[in-house]
Design a binder for this molecule. Structure first.
Ligand code: ATP
Length: 590
């Protein structure tokens, strides 16, 4: 398959901001793609070579890309840097520079997708001494054969600047239409993705085996399952009503969610955003090896910082000390952890994701060799508000955040990748009218003045609109940041500055600086109000109004365990707004 086909499709996709149009264009591309390269094309459209959880990245720095360009074009590095300074876009610069290339080197060979992928794969896997030079030589080889337009997209791909805005869900839409026989396949294709996190594998199966193949799609050890998420409610009465009068109430531990995979004596731990975090928790890896009796397993646990002497749980923030490359042995000693497994998704050949929760928990109990360091999450079946409230108090007294209330009927399967009413969180009531904190994506910032000159004065924060795959602004926050936070934010966000507003941002405000969606912060507000300025859940409560969080304050929690798409959704803010109205009217009648 000629790489030019991909480059042409990218050009068209780049020119649209409408998701439907994007899906159509992607459908055209996937339909044109021979089945044996489909997975590779799917990864490439995401700017990747493999699914995220493999951690394999191309990692070509701008400097190396400039060097490769210089060599392939015969232009000097300073001319290229000058061009880049002006355009602010390395892809455009590459295109402009190569357009001026002398005729003799023009189109030596036609670039194919296979050749591009293979070369990029080599480039990604090159490491050790001399890696920079080898990578540059490989890239230079591709650029020599590339047309200016192809070079634009190649350079953007290798430097991590593809930014086509094609979300996973858009790829699933296009795959369902192209190979699944239409919209009906959409749900099944999404489930396959939710239990594998691998768009390439899903693409292969649906293209080769059609809808029947997708129906038989199974979980696989070492392929992370997208986590099931909980809704929230503010009273035991509402929770029980939602869950049919009876539920499992479980301690809600305040730690880091871990999905542990084990097979053939090997263990991989995935974070909530499905990154391999095994190296941060070698002690947890050992606990899974020793204390879980099943040979092959996928289970979920909360990993909690502990005081091993007293057996007390320590705050979530202590786990931050584990996010490091070096000195992990020391951090293990200073910040020990315990595991509280709460779900079992696969064990010794059995995919349990479609089984009801009580059965999954029964199976979990059978394979955990209980110790101080590994204990299945404490739980109780409750059927009255009083019992639920008492158990909640007990959980808080033990140092938990509250309870996770879970459905126990036949329908209580593991809903991978979705937030639903089968699980409901019940947390300590905050003093504000808001029933919970929100995890918001930083989309923009405003320059600081006075004491904050040289850093950002306030951040523009957004919720995620799952249906539209957009980010909608919900508040502007300048409170709760320490001086250290301000510096950290400036440095971290600086790496994600983009020249103009991302096409997935819905904002009436003009920020001084825009960022690609990357960082998620936990924010506590006083209340949620209707707003003519913010676009979160626009028109859903009142025409012409969105929702805004008033008096927002950063809690100090950097939610690095969340991807932008895992941020609080616009619908959740609507629910929180409704919950708040209810609370206010209850107060008034009391
Ligand atoms: P969410 O994960 O729902 O987007 P969040 O990350 O802000 O939100 P919380 O509101 O604290 O998290 O609640 C959900 C998290 O609670 C889960 O992702 C999991 O890490 C944690 N948790 C603790 N105990 C349990 C339990 N017994 N069952 C399920 N999850 C639990």
């Amino acid at each position: 398959m000629d790489y030019a086909i991909i480059a042409d499709a990218y050009e068209k996709i780049e020119a649209t901001t409408k998701r439907l149009e994007m899906t159509d264009l992607l459908f055209d591309l996937l339909k044109k793609t021979p089945k044996d390269v489909l997975a590779r094309v799917v990864y490439l459209t995401q700017g990747k070579l493999y699914p995220d959880f493999t951690g394999i990245e191309m990692g070509v720095a701008e400097k190396s890309a400039i060097k490769a360009l210089a060599r392939a074009s015969g232009q000097s590095e300073s001319v290229i840097s000058g061009g880049l300074q002006k355009s602010g876009d390395i892809g455009q610069t590459a295109q402009a520079i190569l357009s001026k290339r002398k005729q003799s080197t023009f189109f030596s060979r036609t670039l194919t997708v296979e050749q591009v992928y293979e070369t990029l794969d080599k480039l990604a896997k090159t490491s050790g001494s001399g890696a920079v030079d080898t990578k540059m030589a490989l890239l230079c080889g591709l650029l020599t054969d590339a047309s200016p337009k192809e070079a634009k997209w190649l350079i953007r791909t290798v430097t991590g600047n593809l930014r086509l805005g094609i979300a996973d869900m858009t790829v699933l839409d296009a795959l369902a239409i192209a190979y699944g026989g239409g919209k009906e396949a959409r749900e099944l294709v999404e489930r396959a993705y939710n239990i594998s996190s691998d768009l390439g594998r899903v693409a292969n199966v649906v293209a080769e085996k059609g809808i029947e193949g997708i129906k038989k799609f199974q979980v696989m050890v070492f392929e992370p399952i997208r986590p099931m998420l909980a809704e929230r409610l503010a009273s035991p009465e509402e929770i029980l009503e939602k869950l049919g009068g009876k539920c499992i109430a479980e301690y809600k531990y305040d730690g880091e969610r871990i999905q542990a995979h084990k097979k053939d004596g090997k263990v991989i731990l995935f974070s909530r955003r499905l990154e391999n975090i095994s190296s941060q928790y070698p002690d947890a890896v050992d606990l899974i090896k020793e204390k879980i009796s099943a040979k092959e397993v996928i289970l979920e646990a909360e990993c909690v910082a502990m005081d091993l002497e007293t057996g007390d749980m320590r705050p979530f923030q202590e786990l931050m000390h584990r996010r490091r490359k070096y000195g992990i042995e020391e951090a293990i000693g200073n910040y020990p952890i315990s595991l509280f497994p709460f779900d079992l998704l696969y064990a010794d050949g059995k995919d349990l994701t479609l089984q009801p929760l009580p059965l999954r928990r029964e199976e979990l109990a059978k394979i955990v060799k209980k110790t101080d360091r590994v204990t299945p999450a404490i739980q109780k079946v409750v059927n009255s508000p009083k019992k639920l409230e008492d158990f909640f108090e007990e959980a808080i007294a033990e140092g938990c955040e509250g309870l996770m209330c879970k459905a126990i009927g036949d329908e209580s399967c593991y809903q991978a990748g979705s937030r639903g009413w089968l699980w409901i969180k019940y947390k300590r009531d905050y003093k504000s009218e808001m029933t919970d904190t929100a995890d918001l994506v930083v989309v923009g910032a405003f320059h600081g003045r006075g004491k904050r000159a040289g850093t950002y004065g306030a951040l523009l924060l957004a919720t995620y609109n799952k249906e539209q795959d957009t980010f909608e602004t919900v508040t502007k926050c300048g409170t709760g940041f320490t001086d250290k936070d301000l510096q950290t934010l400036y440095d971290t966000l600086g790496k994600h500055v983009i020249p103009r507003k991302n096409s997935r941002f819905v904002s009436t405000l003009e920020a001084d600086v825009w960022f690609e969606p990357s960082l998620v912060l936990e924010i506590l507000g006083a209340e949620i109000t209707l707003s003519p300025i913010h676009t979160c859940a626009m028109n859903s409560i009142r025409k012409g109004s969105g929702l805004a969080i008033r008096f927002p304050r950063f809690t100090g929690k950097y939610r690095t365990d969340k991807a932008p798409e895992d941020a609080t959704s616009s619908i959740e803010i609507v629910e929180m707004y409704r919950g708040q109205l209810k609370k206010i009217s209850e107060k008034q009648t009391a």
